[in-house]
Write a new protein. Sequence first.
Length: 405
Amino acid sequence: MTAIVPLRFVVAPSGFKESLTAEAVADAIAAGVRRVVPGALVDMIPLVDGGEGSARTLAAATGGRIVDVTVTGPVGEPVAAHFAVLGGAGPRTAVVEMAAAAGLRLVPAGLRDPGRTCTYGVGLLIRAALDHGCERILVGCGDSGTCDGGAGALRALGVKLLDADGEPVGPGGAVLSAVTTLDASGLDPRIATTEILVACNPHNLLTGERGVARVFGPQKGATPEQVETLSAAMDHWAKLMAAHSGLDLREVAGGGASGGLGAGLAAVLGARLLPRFEVVLDHVDLDARLATADLVITAEGAIDFQTRYGKVPAEVARRAKRYGKPVIALAGTIGHGARDTYDTGIDAFAGILAGPIDLDGAIAQAAHLITDATERALRLILVGTAIGRTYGLEPAHRLAGRGAA
């Protein structure tokens, strides 16, 4: 008698912004899987992209710890922030999640002006990591509420930004056009012996038509006029940084990450800009776990035209296809361009909403909605595999032959 091998599901979702962490999404999907396939093996791999939740997720994955710190937030008020000290071998490594100190969620709705918000708190987190003896600092970019080219973070680390009269400029990106002197003589000396890696979306550029001010400024509250002001400020800032460092970062991949934070850290701190998944996913051994899956389930708050440009579901699907694994994606909303994600390796996607509901209600019930949506998706898969077996339809994924019912 042939033993029945349990189906193995890899559940690798992102978090749903302002609703559920990646861990909570994974739990909800797993609950839906077990409703349909009670004996399944479910390997949960909550994923982060450098944005909200990255520090906590990587701390948990490596046996590290979270350090709580109060810093100056994006609008100048104190905020409760944190960074992670990772466990494991190698250099003592900190994960500074920029969203913890300068994220959009920390900017009140009435104060969302990326020309004024700043990254000063990110610099304070880097200083705190240095105070804890960290030899390597991984700065996660994502979910930012700022567009100051990293100027605030640099000021917190001892850099002076002066106008034509030799006076310090204020916070925010809009004033960068007034900076004539970038003086790094007071930079924290510990930076020179610290490896700084910036995990960023390589599609984010500092300047130009695809520059950070034009692409993300409106999402952070900028009016069309403010977008133009910020775009001009980023152009000027790029020239100053080039004069300081010899690096032309205007169209360098990842230079526009988190409102230009990536470029600022690269030009002045000597940070290396790396594709965020190259840095982050190494800590969770994603590829090896995908290779053993029968079905991969990923998820994010939205599946749309942006998904293919460095979002978690697309990255999971690309990697899963290296091993020929089927992938389904769940989303809070399905937007324009969602069908383009088929090209990334996503085989099917589905929204989690079964009927009309307002945003507040969807956020409050997100876990239940995700569990129910997972159950519906798997039941449809079982119907499809049964039809495939009956009529010999092709292609048939390995899932069809494993007796999941």
